[in-house]
Design a protein around this ligand. Structure first.
Ligand code: PHE
Length: 341
């Protein structure tokens, strides 16, 4: 009987089978329990022999079941450890991440460089009134600059005679809004989107400019030239000469278009070397009428302003030949120029 039970316990393959065996041996109606109950019907002599034997059997079977149970538990744990094993040295699965668009990246670079020179960032609406976009900047209704700028106008309902709003054609209206709100002195840049009806390899109907404005009691063109050369040198990471060409803007007097030194040799533009010049911005001393329109007294305050194409200087720095690619959302292109991807 004993070897029979110990054999069956040894052969049990899981905890449920072992539990069945325990009930069959030691449960209320288990074989060993029934045998112990039979002791009562035995003679004293018989009981003296069978009693201790049965008790020993019961103990041995109980111990064997407990030992088997522990062994099965260990085996189950080993099995789980084996099945749930992870190789933490496997190379990670690649996940595509978004990247910062080149224009955003350059806007951040520009902002950081001017911040080092004490300029803070101002913003204005992209849908402007024609007062802020034109009149306050000394561009009256008949002025040819309005046509030159290929302005997008919004529609008014029939019978509504108010002048339409415009999509701002430059960031210069932020000059007016900022001076109106804060007065002088001023030291700001205003990066943002601007709109003109124009489309070819170097023009898109939406593009980006950064306006600069510095107003104080003794600001001059010399300060402008220094600030711009310091900016370009920091931005391109190499010393960059600038050339000022006399020009005309209704909102500055005198006005200058600014070129940066470069070489066009070998079909690529290299900034900061060579004998060629590339136009990158318009600038000048803020016109007294503009200060006046913004509520700043031109007999006390003066200063410079400039407006630079952000996309243009991004193309130059990163060797991007076609402006339109910036705004086509071609993922392959974005990944190629995806900074930090
Ligand atoms: N607003 C001008 C443009 O878009 C640039 C400019 C800004 C020129 C400030 C002079 C001063 O062309």
């Amino acid at each position: 009987l004993k070897s029979d039970w110990l054999g069956r316990i040894g052969a049990a393959t899981d905890e449920a089978a072992l539990e069945d065996l325990r009930v069959a041996a030691l449960g209320k109606k288990g074989e060993i329990s029934l045998k112990m109950r039979e002791l009562g019907g035995m003679s004293a002599e018989e009981r003296q022999v069978a009693g201790p034997a049965l008790n020993a059997l019961k103990d041995e079977v109980t111990t064997a079941i407990a030992a088997k149970k522990a062994a099965l538990g260990d085996a189950a744990l080993d099995e789980r450890l084996r099945a749930e094993w992870l190789d933490v040295t496997l190379p990670a699965r690649h996940r595509r991440e978004g990247t910062i668009h080149p224009v955003s990246q350059v806007t951040e670079e520009v902002t950081a460089i001017f911040a080092d020179m004490g300029f803070s960032v101002a913003e204005g609406p992209q849908i402007e009134t024609d007062w802020y976009n034109f009149d306050a900047l000394n561009i009256p209704g008949h002025h040819p600059a309005r046509a030159e700028m290929d302005t997008f106008y919004t529609h008014r309902a029939p019978g509504d005679d108010r002048p339409p709003h415009v999509l701002r054609t430059h960031t210069s209206p932020v000059q007016i809004r900022y001076m109106e709100a804060h007065g002088a002195p001023v030291r700001i840049i205003a990066p943002g989107r601007v709109y003109r009806a124009d489309y070819d390899q170097t023009h898109t109907p939406m593009f980006h400019q950064v306006e600069g404005l510095a107003i104080d009691r003794d600001i001059s063109m010399a300060n402008l030239k220094w600030v711009l050369e310091a900016f370009f040198t920091a931005y391109f990471g190499t010393s960059v000469k600038t050339r000022f060409r006399a020009s005309h803007f209704p909102f500055t007097e005198p006005s200058a278009e600014v070129d940066i030194q470069c070489s066009f040799e070998g079909g690529t533009v290299k900034v900061g070397e060579g004998d060629d010049w590339l136009e990158v911005l318009g600038s000048g001393m803020v016109h007294p009428k503009v200060l006046q329109a913004a509520g700043v007294d031109p007999s006390e305050w003066q200063g410079f302003a400039f407006g630079m194409g952000i996309d243009r200087i991004a193309m130059l720095k990163y060797g991007i030949p076609d402006l339109r690619a910036f705004f086509e959302s071609d993922l392959r292109w974005l990944r190629h120029y995806g900074f930090g991807a």
